[in-house]
Design a protein around this ligand. Sequence first.
Ligand code: UDX
Length: 448
Amino acid sequence: TAARPRITVIGTGYLGATHAAAMADLGFEVLGLDVVPEKVEMLARGEVPMYEPGLAKLLRQHVEGIEGASGRLRFTTSYEEVAEFGDVHFVCVNTPQKHGEYAADMSYVDTAFETLAPLLTRPALVVGKSTVPVGSADRLAALLAGLAPVGEDAELAWNPEFLREGFAVQDTLHPDRIVAGVRSERAERLLREVYAGPLAEGSPFVVTDFPTAELVKTAANSFLATKISFINAMAEVCEAADGDVVKLAEAIGHDDRIGRKFLRAGIGFGGGCLPKDLRAFMARAGELGADQALTFLREIDSINMRRRSHMVELTRDAVGGGLLGKRVAVLGASFKPDSDDVRDSPALNVAGQLHLQGAQVTVYDPKGMANARALFPTLGYAPSALEAVRAADVVLHLTEWREFRELDPEVLGEAVAQRHILDGRNTLDPALWRKAGWRFRALGRPTA
Ligand code: UDX
């Protein structure tokens, strides 16, 4: 029998670092590449550059040179080494939103392909995992065949990734589905071999062409964003009609066709994926002449952005109409709990708007403080929730960490100037806070 394919992973962000560790865990020899030497050095010590539950532990079980580790996982900055080592190369670099535009910035993906391809002197499968505008795979396949010394023997597959931050390890080892955009049986066979573990555990394997594989990712994220903005639109109506969006979501969610997940109303979605993927999708559809099909996504985006300004308005109302000099405590900075990621974080966006309007804002987050400070250095920061709320005129709950659900309203009540809290995530218990004498207001829920 042939030896197992050797795997490389290019780009070691959330996606790449997790993928590399997961592949080593599945028994493969893995070489991870990043162009940032500091990142490679950290990973080689078994340290993760971000907060992601379980990832550091998984890394340390496999990184070569760590005591007791399998040694199947190594890291490098050298493309030569990667090309020499690998049979299957996963490209996991990011595609951020272009500055001042909706479109995705493809430069990291393009550079990865342009650097790797000329070094491929033996048959290899290059697997794109980055989220890209539809049509990119066709273009990259041509580029690969053109630049690789082995020509057609350097083949492309497209294999989008659906992992959620905070659940990256679990989602990678036990994916809901594996999507394989392939052009040959060889490519399909290799991907099935690489994913044999999850497949054996019953993950569905969907084989398709390149454009469909690319679209599955953007369609899935658009659908999820649509669900969130739908329930947030209902929250707006509930507020106008004195209804309760939490009950409403629960009740419609009991219909299997609708489902209960992703119906949590609040200050909306953020992060490094949903917002930018939505915008890149609209931009790409425009280029393809299909922009009419996606005009509704513009509305999804604006409902989402309106949540943030609505939260700012509620805060202004809560402190009596003027924010100047008012003390606002913000609980939460990361874009969602169990993550230190603050990219396009609704919580920090609200905090930043309040600061610009003259409020004295103090932020606390269990894991996101360092990243928040780097992004918004002019905001105030406190080392705990209790410190953050000291002398506050109003408290905002903006990222739904478990720690915040477990706060004691009595204890916090002693520290604040006004017992007034706004729940931007609908996960605090109104009865509990009201019993402790707090004015409690939540988005899309009755005021008392
Ligand atoms: C998302 C997709 O879920 C994942 O499949 C894809 O690969 C990458 O993008 P992620 O960005 O990690 O993952 O976060 P997700 O859990 O989807 O949450 C996105 C945002 O939506 C967060 O800001 C979250 O707070 C918000 N959200 C989520 C809601 O406001 N309400 C909900 O009901 C669910």
